[in-house]
Ligand binder design. Sequence first.
Ligand code: CP
Length: 314
Amino acid sequence: MRNFISLKDVESVQDLVNEGIRQKQAPFAEQALGKNKTIGLIFFNQSLRTRLSTQKAAENLGMNVMIMNVGQDSWQLEMEDGVIMNGDKAEHVKEAAAVIGSYCDIIAVRAFAGLQNREADYRELVMEKFRQYAGVPIVNLESATRHPCQSLADLITIEECKKVARPKVVLTWLPHFKPLPQAVANSFCEWVNMTDYEFVITHPQGYELAPEFVGNAKVIYDQNEALAGADFVYGKNWSSYTHYGQVLTQDPSWMITKEKMDLTNNGLFMHCLPVRRNLKVTDEVLDNQSVVIQQAANREWSAQAVLKNILKDL
Ligand code: CP
């Protein structure tokens, strides 16, 4: 594997899921692969899970790890070409990515959507510029439109927990007062659409995701109807794609409660975290009927599967 920016970089989803499960069983078996290799973890946004799990995975594989928070530890970076750089951005990504690439064998980047300009966000400018100028493989640690390391961990978790060969998986929108990106929801759709799971998406009118991510999933606007018989309930808030970046409703009736989980097939609640308790999902569900900690723990093995695949092709 050269890069891990989106699903397009993956030859076989099933092989990568299996690799993650294998890495979990023998975390230190391939330390020689990363010996004397360095990964740079470059964060334009905050993180708990992604930062720690990727560092741990890289170290499990014997790699050296450098971490930088752009704009705090470094200069702010200009992404657009041809601009007069007389503002607060002191360095262009063209130099920055190339310089970081000269120190690193792999660069992993987190850069969220700005949610101001849909066309610009869906162009994936930051990820594309790093891919263009770094000269080394790029790993997506959540970009404007995707969070593939999370989606791989989600599929590993479903495979570990499923009780039937073809589970019913429901992605449900959850209420929130702040506009959040579509990246986790988009990516989850993209990856689940590669499986043979029964896949349903539910959200209020106006929260339709981009058609290329929805794919063949069934969209049901009635949340209770969608949840009926679900084996997994994947909760996530996202802001509107059609009315880009807007919060159209905060309807609290979309919060996942015990009563909603009672509609499922003794289903398990999933969320990428962080999650706001009793706004998106009740304490009762999170504490008794969820696999969120297992999901977060599996971020280590998803990162390790990805890094292993890149390292072996260096
Ligand atoms: N799920 C996830 O990516 O968590 P962080 O934002 O804390 O990295």
